[in-house]
Design a protein around this ligand. Structure first.
Ligand code: ZN
Length: 136
């Protein structure tokens, strides 16, 4: 499985970012968490990071649409962009399936709070506890 090259790739090779993206994609294919479970975990991570917080500058109002390009940009961590809740859920689900950690997901999605592994382990929500104890 190979990916394309970007403008920053050196001639005849690939830059660190592109290599990292390849490793990341390979990891995604190494058997994952079922989508339905990943979606539940994603939902709970977003909820944990946003509950009781008014200032969420990277959250867009829901318009009933999911912009797949925006979701993709966030999944690959290319830059910080605002998403709707539905887009956040789609991106976070994909990241859980790719074995992303809660911390990484919070950062990619620009959630108002960074959720840590230990926060998930200590959560009252069973899916978050089992997610954290997977050791991913
Ligand atoms: Zn590159």
């Amino acid at each position: 499985m190979t990916s394309g090259r970007c403008k920053k790739c050196p001639p005849g090779g690939r830059c660190e970012r592109c290599k990292a993206r390849d490793r990341y994609r390979q990891r995604a294919y190494r058997g994952g968490i079922p989508r339905k479970l990943a979606k539940q975990i994603a939902f709970e991570i977003i909820r944990l990071a946003t509950t009781g917080i008014d200032d969420d500058p990277y959250l867009l109002p829901d318009d009933g649409l999911i912009d797949p390009l925006a979701v993709e940009i966030v999944i690959y961590g290319e830059r910080r962009i605002a998403l709707t809740h539905a887009e956040r859920l789609a991106a976070a689900t994909a990241l859980v399936q790719r074995r992303g950690t809660a911390r990484m997901i919070s950062m990619r999605l620009s959630l108002p709070r960074i959720i840590t592994e230990s926060e998930c382990l200590n959560s009252t929500v069973p899916v978050l506890r089992s997610f954290a104890s997977y050791g991913i």
